[in-house]
Design a protein around this ligand. Structure first.
Ligand code: K7E
Ligand code: CUA
Length: 767
């Protein structure tokens, strides 16, 4: 024990020594030696230096990448490409307890479709909330293509707060994209289907199948989508694809492209040429141009029709009121990307070699003059392609997505078939540079590239195939995100990052300093509803109560114990455990898992989470904390005892462990007195410095003070027992007193280290 305390005190000194030793060994190698030994070129070393973030350092940007079929989000830093977090969105994520505690289960349950739990999500496009067209770092939205759903993630704690289900679509690809002040989040359907849930034969495709684009109303005050204030515009049964909102001069408009405007229906099994052949007969498909501001007004004026609880502006009304227009675009387009000033729309046809730049000024003039080239089969006015174009540029074979640089007129387009990125000037219409990519690039991402003020600097190519880029790990390969330096005239490839979590279609990156996530929750917080939990519990107020047939356990978690330590119920009881993490220290998450029950909680400081289950089997079920939270983490344990139905609770004595004597008591007290000296010296160090200037240290000090109060409490108990000569209890409480001291010392040392590393200054003492 004494040794342990000393070790705690020495902690920082020991680390210091070993670092000195290893840097000496490191120092024997010159950079040249290392380059030679590892076969690195000057270019490699330069790339390494550009991406390396020294230990303890921070990245300049954070990227939020779709986790594809995993239904999750991946958060990583740029330029280091270090993965920081996965965020559970449409699927359970055990580490975060997402989908295991009652609070987050309620979020996932919002994503049920017709009462059915959907166990995966096909996430494609994340979008960060915007204020005046700039990323504001408050919220993030992401879509599920397979089951048309949209999720809201709050960037205050990087947690999923809401899932909404689109009630009329059967698939959805053109989301999520936000309007310039995040009034709406757009979601466009992909594969045409009837709005109803009924069977409709394919022979009725043209009449009964439809596309749609939904504008989900976002209420920033409460951080939630309001389905009752959202609406949809009905579209022809084309396969609508990606979308984007207008801004600047195109503010109030949105754009959605489409493929298979042939409305071709395959059927290889019955001898018909397949979809892929029939869906690319025409040379052009249609960009849908929608005046969403006007559509919103029409809905507000009662011109919508309710379909499955959703307000829909039917095509007929949309055409009559001048809300919907079509613009031809080169064969099988994919991305539509609006320029930062909102004037230009860049679209590329996957089966073409060109990127087309449309000029919204020209489009708007044609619409205002009602200068149309024709109508589609549903009566939607079609604008003239040539009259709307600014320019077309040959960028390569299979162009997909375009991203904007901070440099004027500069864009990057992913070229799928040629496996390259083309940098080009969309004002002058000329190619500036190309870079070979490994392999088959999908989306590209520049820093804050979808905003009105792209930040340039880096480009990430989100590649579909990794093939031979990494150590082989079986037939299923990771995806590859390639980091490219775009600060100079030539693009430079810097780094390959394997992404082992579904196909990450798209990602968005934001300047890291715009994000201000919280360090801990205010105590007793339900993070999923963003309010105080009705089950919050203060230390000392833990209890087990039976109410309406449910045994509620109101517990707390703090280093290093779970209160209560024993939960006894009767077989068949419904048990609802509620745990509040009462820690104030940063990063002191506790887990809580019970054997055989699927109960698995992650309880971050301040959070209250619950798990409700039926104790259907009699037996003994240990529970414990799943996060290595302190030296006595393994002792953070307890038992759930489930008595067979009808059996009386046992009143027998429990095992007390070792039998203690007065000598044991005195020995423990001596250890505690020495430990206290250690604590006092750490406290002395901290209080002699301007620790109040460091918020994290202030929390640690508060936390340590709590622990010291607990220690004082245990000390008092041990002394009372000693007076009564009950050496058993006196020694056990003296040991508990020591446990609290150890925690105090642990926190104290963390505070001391923080002060040392952040240049705290000595303050004048008044005595
Ligand atoms: Cu091109 Cu869904 Cu945006 Cu995949 S999508 S790449
Ligand atoms: Cu708490 Cu381990």
């Amino acid at each position: 024990m004494q040794h342990f305390t000393k070790h705690l005190l020495m902690g920082s000194a020991v680390v210091g020594l070993s670092m000195a030793a290893s840097s000496a060994a490191f120092g024997d190698d010159t950079l040249q030696d290392v380059m030679k030994a590892r076969g690195l070129t000057d270019k490699d070393v330069l790339a390494a230096a550009k991406t390396y973030v020294p230990t303890g350092g921070r990245d300049e940007f954070l990227a939020f990448s779709s986790g594809g079929q995993s239904g999750q989000l991946i958060v990583y830093g740029i330029p280091s490409m270090r993965i920081l977090k996965y965020i559970g969105v449409f699927t359970p994520e055990p580490w975060q307890g997402y989908g295991f505690d009652d609070e987050s289960k309620a979020v996932l349950a919002q994503g049920r479709i017709d009462g059915k739990d959907i166990k995966f999500g096909d996430t494609h496009h994340p979008a960060i909330s915007e204020t005046n067209g700039e990323y504001d770092g408050q919220y993030l939205f992401i879509n599920d293509k397979n089951n048309p759903r949209l999720a809201v993630v709050d960037l205050k704690d990087f947690e999923t707060k809401q899932i909404v289900v689109n009630p009329i679509m059967k698939s959805e690809h053109g989301g999520a994209f936000v309007s310039t002040n995040t009034e709406y989040v757009i979601e466009a359907s992909q594969y045409p289907a009837p709005f109803s849930k009924k069977y409709v034969p394919l022979s009725k495709f043209n009449q009964k199948y439809r596309g749609a684009v939904t504008y989900w109303k976002f209420n920033r005050e409460i951080g939630r989508i309001e389905p009752q204030n959202s609406f949809t515009v009905e579209l022809p049964p084309y396969s609508q694809d990606l979308s984007d909102f207008g801004k600047g001069i195109s503010e109030g408009w949105s754009f959605t492209n489409s493929f298979c405007t042939e409305r071709y229906i395959g059927g290889i099994e019955s001898g018909r040429p397949p979809f892929e052949a029939g869906c690319s007969q025409k040379d052009t498909d249609f960009l849908h141009i929608i005046n969403w501001k006007k559509a919103a007004e029409l809905i507000a004026a009662g011109k919508g029709k309710e379909v499955n609880g959703m307000q829909v502006l039917m095509m007929k009304t949309a055409i009559k009121e001048g809300v919907l227009f079509m613009l031809p675009e080169a064969k099988s387009p994919h991305g539509i990307d609006v320029s930062p000033d909102g004037r230009y729309l860049i679209v590329s046809g996957k089966l073409d070699t060109h990127a087309s730049v449309y000029d919204f000024k020209k489009i708007k003039a044609l619409i205002d003059k009602k200068d149309f080239a024709g109508k589609d089969p549903y009566g939607v006015p079609i604008l003239d392609l040539k009259k709307s174009l600014h320019t077309q540029v040959e960028v390569g074979l299979g162009p997909l997505h375009t991203q904007y640089d901070s440099k004027p007129c500069t864009v990057y387009t992913s070229i799928y078939v040629d496996s390259m990125v083309t940098k080009w000037d969309y004002c002058k219409g000329k190619v500036l540079d190309t870079l070979h990519i490994h392999y088959n690039v999908g989306h590209l991402m520049t820093m804050e590239g979808d905003s009105v003020k792209p930040k340039g600097k880096y480009l990430v190519a989100l590649n579909k195939l990794a093939i031979d880029r990494f150590n082989p790990v079986g037939p299923l390969h990771p995806q590859n995100h390639q980091l490219i330096d775009i600060s100079g005239d030539k693009m430079e490839l810097l780094y390959d990052m394997p992404v082992p979590l579904g196909e990450p279609h798209y990602a968005v990156a934001i300047a890291a300093d715009k994000l201000k996530p919280k360090i801990r929750y205010s105590t007793g917080w339900n993070s999923r509803t963003d309010e105080k939990s009705e089950y919050r519990t203060r230390p000392g107020r833990e209890k087990i109560v039976k109410k309406d047939g449910v045994t509620h356990v109101y517990g707390t978690l703090i280093r290093s114990h779970i209160t209560p330590e024993i939960i006894e119920v009767e077989q068949g009881d419904t048990v609802s455990v509620h745990f509040t993490n009462v820690e104030r220290a940063q990063d002191e998450t506790h887990g809580f898992a019970i054997n055989g029950t699927n109960v698995n909680l992650s309880v971050e400081p301040g959070k209250t989470v619950s798990a409700t289950f039926v104790a259907d089997k009699a037996g003994v079920f240990p529970y414990y904390c799943t996060e290595f939270c302190s030296a006595l983490h393994l002792e953070m344990q307890g038992y759930l005892l489930v008595r067979p139905k009808g059996m009386k609770a046992s009143s027998g004595k429990t095992s007390q462990g070792t039998v203690y004597t007065e000598a044991d008591y005195s020995k423990q007290v001596a250890t505690n007195v020495q430990t206290q000296e250690v604590i006092d010296s750490v406290v002395g160090y901290i209080t002699a410095r301007n620790f109040k200037d460091f918020a994290p240290v202030v929390s640690l000090v508060e936390d340590a003070t709590d622990q010291l109060n607990f220690a004082a409490d245990a000390k008092k108990k041990s002394e009372d027992y000693a007076v009564a000569k009950d050496w058993q209890n006196a020694t056990l409480w003296a040991q508990q007193w020591f446990q609290y001291q150890v925690k105090t010392a642990d926190i104290g040392l963390r505070a001391k280290t923080y002060l040392e590393e952040h240049g705290a200054k000595l303050v004048e003492t008044k005595d």
